[in-house]
Design a protein around this ligand. Structure first.
Ligand SMILES: [Mg+2]
Length: 204
């Protein structure tokens, strides 16, 4: 009998992102990250208050992942919740970073008590979620991510997968409204665990 499959994002779900990314921008580039809206690229400013150009965003993001992934800290309760789920489910981390970042991401998650398979992706997550569900022949699935468009994509391509919208950093809670295409919005792992167990039919 196949097991349920949990497909979970990394940045701002399992590991904090905006805090370490902002620290990196300040320390390495003399820039600051302002959390006025959830549009990261427009909120990166120079000391004179001007925003960086949109083309400057991806090099900064990749620079962070190249050298500063080790500064990312785990969301409270994430490792414990995934460990509880792993007793009855398979776990895959589906993360939108380049393939070259996979070894460090995998090692960092393991270092924080989350020793699971990492799959790197680029773009919408519906198709890779469907592919993973097929690969595992999963009896049921759950998807956890902080970005609403990914929930829309998964709903369209793999509608039977339970979709949990989670935003780990409290400073972002008011900036990211509940994803309309998610089944639930829960921003902490302690509350999310029983909801996921119920949705996947693995209640203890
Ligand atoms: Mg994320």
């Amino acid at each position: 009998m196949t097991r349920p499959l949990v497909i979970c994002d990394c940045d701002e779900v399992l590991l904090h992102f905006v805090g370490p990314f902002g620290d990196y921008l300040t320390a390495e580039h003399d820039l600051s990250l302002h959390l006025d809206t959830f549009a990261l690229s427009g909120n990166i400013r120079r000391a004179d208050g001007t925003s960086i150009e949109p083309t400057g965003f991806m090099p900064l993001l990749n620079g962070f992942f190249d050298t500063h992934m080790v500064t990312q800290t785990p969301a409270p309760g994430a490792a414990t919740a995934l460990a509880a789920l792993a007793e009855r489910c398979d776990i895959v981390i589906l993360t939108n970073v380049d393939d070259r970042h996979s070894p460090v991401r995998t090692a960092e998650l393991a270092r924080h008590g989350m020793p699971y398979r990492v799959v790197c992706n680029n773009g919408p997550k519906g198709a890779p979620v469907k592919a993973l569900m097929d690969e595992y022949g999963a009896s049921a699935g759950a998807f956890i991510d902080d970005l609403p468009p990914h929930h829309t994509s998964v709903k369209r391509v793999a509608p039977s997968v339970y979709r949990l919208h989670m935003v780990a950093d409290p400073r972002l809670h008011a900036l990211i409204p509940a994803a309309p295409d998610a089944d639930a919005r829960i921003d902490d792992w302690f509350t999310a665990l029983p909801a996921l167990q119920a949705a996947l039919g693995v209640t203890p």
